[in-house]
Design a protein around this ligand. Structure first.
Ligand code: SAM
Length: 324
């Protein structure tokens, strides 16, 4: 079988697909304050188009798919897409990143469709702070969504916590406590300065680790799931793990194995670069014949590394537009 190996000898086997640019939250760091103009339904890839793209990708060695957005659960019949992707030859895993507000509503369908696992985003455990950062009063639904994910065994259940100085750095031990009570994998992620007008929220993973290590002894472990950017640790009575993702202070570009597909059909080479190639023709159809070559073009042009700055506005678009 053909493989996608880029100019820096990285094997690309992972595609993150943004299935919608719409989200039921308005997280301050993810979406510009003035909002964004949503794509029209006609501009968004249909499920059939996504399947065509993934089939060609799978022939070239794409094995893992992550559905993201916007929020993937706001797209109608998302479980149907999961089932369609799971049937594609060569696709070994389909996972999802979500804010989990709708997870309890769709868990049965998603399980039946074959969804392998979920990552849930939650930056605070306090209701008032949740509303402050997301502009929506929904923390109870998210907490229920986490319980549902554990009950339905979307294993391993990972919690993504964007580390925000002066916002949630006082809650880090509360998140650590969750890993004592539940088999959860709590991952702290450095905030990336993308279109965030609310000031500098950056706090490095090194600073966080130093704070944690005053109270707990972290022992490095190899979490046998995915080969993403997180470094995982355990401690005495931990039932899950603690993960650290440091895109700013210590980027992981040399092991990057991914490409991104935007909701409107652009293959993006790197989160932090605007380079992309349109997979659609002028007619708005997926250019099936040219697809393999477009994948290869993306690989040939995938940048070596990004240089995210701690405070400057690094990207012209925010995560909600690119598809996180
Ligand atoms: N709506 C889904 C969710 O909430 O998980 C998926 C999309 S969201 C863009 C994916 C992840 O990107 C979330 O965990 C979010 O916290 C993270 N994210 C968004 N903007 C970020 C930023 N500026 N820095 C770090 N992480 C960010």
């Amino acid at each position: 079988m053909e493989q996608l190996i880029d100019a820096y000898q990285r094997k690309i086997d992972y595609l993150r697909i943004s299935v919608t640019d719409r989200c039921n939250l308005r997280c301050r760091y993810c979406m510009p304050e003035e909002g964004v103009k949503n794509l029209s339904h006609k501009q968004i890839l249909s499920y059939e188009q996504i399947v065509k793209i993934v089939k060609r990708g799978a022939e070239l060695g794409i094995e893992k798919i992550r559905l993201t957005g916007g929020d993937p659960l706001v797209r109608k019949n998302i479980a149907q897409l999961v089932a369609m992707l799971k049937k594609i030859n060569g696709i070994k895993e389909v996972s999802m990143t979500t804010n989990a507000i709708l997870l309890t509503d769709y868990a049965v369908e998603l399980k039946q469709a074959g969804l392998d696992r979920v990552n849930i985003s939650l930056d605070t455990l306090q209701a008032d702070k949740y509303q402050e950062i997301t502009k929506v009063d929904a923390i109870d639904k998210v907490k229920q969504g986490i319980k549902t994910a554990l009950e339905y065994d979307f294993k391993p259940v990972k919690l993504n916590v964007v580390l925000l100085k002066d916002f949630n750095d006082d809650e880090v031990f509360d998140f650590i406590d969750l890993t004592r009570r539940f088999p959860l994998h709590v991952r702290f992620i450095e905030w990336m300065a993308f279109n965030d007008t609310a000031g500098n929220n950056y706090l490095s993973i090194d600073e966080l680790k130093a704070k944690l290590e005053q109270k707990i002894t972290l022992e490095s472990i190899d979490l046998k799931s995915g080969n993403g950017p997180a470094r995982y640790y355990t401690f005495d009575d931990c039932k899950g793990s603690v993960g650290f993702i440091s895109p700013v202070s210590n980027h992981f570009c040399d092991s990057c194995n991914r490409l991104r597909l935007t909701a409107d059909g652009k293959l993006r080479f790197c989160l932090c670069s605007e380079q992309e190639i349109d997979l659609l023709t002028d007619m708005g159809q997926v250019d099936t014949r040219a697809l393999k070559n477009k994948f290869k073009y993306a690989i040939e042009n995938k940048p070596d590394a990004h240089e995210l700055k701690e405070t400057e506005n690094n990207a012209l678009e925010s995560m909600s537009q690119i598809g996180g």
